[in-house]
Write a protein that binds this ligand. Sequence first.
Ligand code: TEU
Ligand code: CA
Length: 598
Amino acid sequence: MTTKTSIDSRRASKTKRPPTEWWRQAVVYQIYPRSFKDSNGDGIGDLRGILSKLDYLKWLGVDVLWLSPIYQSPNRDNGYDISDYQAIMNEFGTMEDFDILLREVHARGMRLLMDLVVNHTSDEHPWFIASCLDAHGPYRNFYIWRPGVDGKPPNNWASFFGGSVWERHPATEQYYLHLFAVQQPDLNWEYPPMRQAIYAMMRWWLNKGVDGFRMDVINAIAKAPGLPNAPGERPWEWGGAYFLNRPEVHAYLQEMRDQVLASYDVMTVGETLDVAPEQALQYVGFDRGELDMVFQFELMDIDAGPEGKWDVRPWQLSEFKRIVSRWQTGLHGRGWNSLYLNNHDQPRMVSRFGHDGIFRAESAKMLATLLHTLQGTPFIYQGEEIGMTNARFDTIDAYRDIETLNWYAAQIAEPRRSPADVMDAIYAKGRDNARTPMQWTAEAQAGFTTGEPWLTVNPNYRQINVESQRTDPDSVLAYYRRLIALRRQYPVIIHGDYTLVDPENERTYAFMRAWAGDCLVTILNFGQTPQTFRWPAAPAFPAQPMRLVLSNYSEVPPTIARVMSLRPFETRVYVAVRATRSGGAPSDADDRDREEAP
Ligand code: TEU
Ligand code: CA
C-alpha cells in the first residue's frame, strides 16, 4: 500500500520543486474559448481575444484559467474532437498566440490549465486515419476495433450522443468504438504505445509551462474485458458499468502520474461521471497520487429522471444538501473537492438552481456564496460572475450543440413527446445555454464580436454585461470579487471541517465550518419568499460572537442570532476568528502543511 508520505516523497523526488498544492487556495475560471472574446471579427472567440481580457480576469481575482480545448479540431464537438494535440485550432489562432497568452498569464501571477481529451480523438486525427488504412499497421491498436456479431454491432451500448457506440468501417469490415460522436473514436488504453504517445504529448505541453490539466471523461478510458452487452431489451442500453470506473483506470492514472505528472508542480482535475464520494477517494485520496480533484455529477444529475438528462424533474433542497454534505464530509482530511454548479455542458446555474427573473442577482450571489465558502477549489464558468442566464431560441435552427441536435432529431424521428416539450427540455438542459457568447457590453453582439457570432447572443445582454456591472458596487460581479477575496482572508474556508445545520429544511441551507478555533457560518435562503431560519437544538449554536462578513442584501444584522428573518434568496456569511491567533497558521485540520497562496 503506497502511503501518503511515499507519494509525496515520490512526487517531491521527481518534481523540480516540492509539490506546493497551490490549487488548494486557488479559484479557477473556466473559459470556453469559442464563446469568450472574438478578436478578428469572424464571430468565433480566439486566443487573442482571451489575451485582451487577462487584466479583467486578474482584476476579478481568479488564480487559474482552464481553457476548454484549443487544439486543432474539425469542431464536430467544439474542440472535444482533436485532430492534432500539438497544434492550435485554426479559428483560435497560432501556437505563437498561445505562447504569448501563456507568458502573459504567468506574468500576471496566474496559471493555466489545458483540457486533456484522451478518451478519444477526432476521426480526422492521423492516428485514426492510419488505423483505418491498415488493419495490421502500427496504429490499428491505437483504437478499439471489433468484428460485428451476426451482421450487428459488437454490443448494445448506447452512445452519449444517441444510437450505438459502434460504427462500421467497410474497408476493413470491422466496427470501431465511440462512446460519443461517430467522429470521436475511443482510444485503446490497453495498448502501451498509445499510452506512451499520450504521455509524450502531455510532457510537450508541460515543458511549455502549462500548469496542469482538466481531464475529459478520464474515468471512461478503461473498458471491461470482452466488452459485454448491457442488460436490457432496447436497441441500445446504458453500458456505463462496463466503461466507467473500471479497476484498470487506476493503473493508467498511476502510470501517468509516475511517468509524467510527478515531474511537474501541476494541478489535475478529472471529469468523472458516476462517482460517489467513496469512489472519488480512489482517484483523489491524498494517499492515491492519481488526481488532485474530480468533477462529480451527483448534483448535475439531481433534476434528471430515469430516462436521463432530458427527463427533467424537480429537485429537492434537502437532496441537494445531502449530496453536498456527503462530498464535504466524505473527502475532508482524505481528499480534495472541486466546487462547481455550471460549466460548458450544464445549464446556467442561476436558471437551474436560482431564479433568472426578478431575483436573478440575489440568487446568483447566493449560489456563489455556497460554492465559495465550502471546502474545495471553486470553479467559475465564464459569465457566471455576472449572472448570465439560459437562453431560449425559437427554433432548433439556432442551436449548434451536437448532443442537442442528435437528441432533437431522434425525438422527431420517433415522437415520444410534443415538439413543445422537446424544446422545453432543450431550454432547461441544452448545452448551448452555457455556450452563448460572453456578454461584455450592451453594444452590438454584447461586445463579443464585430462579426456574426457562431451562436446567437442571449438577447438579455443589454441588461446583463460586464461593463454595466464593473462600476456597480451592488452588482453580481462586485460580489464575486468580494467573495473571492474572502478566501484569502479566512483560512477556515480552506481548511475547516463542515457541519450541516437543519438538514430537512426545504427552504434554507445552513452550514458551519470550523478550524483551529475559527468558525464560519453560511446561511442561504434558496426560496423566492421570505423565510424565518431558527437555529436547531443541534449542532450547538456557535459559542463565539460571530460577525457578518458578507451578505447579498444591505441592512443585515451585524451579528448572528438564533432566529433570523431571511429575504428572498438572501445569504449571509458570519465569521469568528480565534482572538489569540498569531500570524502563523497552526497545523492544518487534515495534517497537511499550509501552502503559500499562488
Ligand atoms: O463531457 C462528458 C459528458 O458526459 C458530457 O457529455 C456531459 O455529461 C453531458 O454532455 C451533459 O449533458 C465531456 C465534455 O465536457 C463534453 O463537452 C464533451 O462533449 C464530451 O466529454 C466528449 O468529449
Ligand atoms: Ca475570432
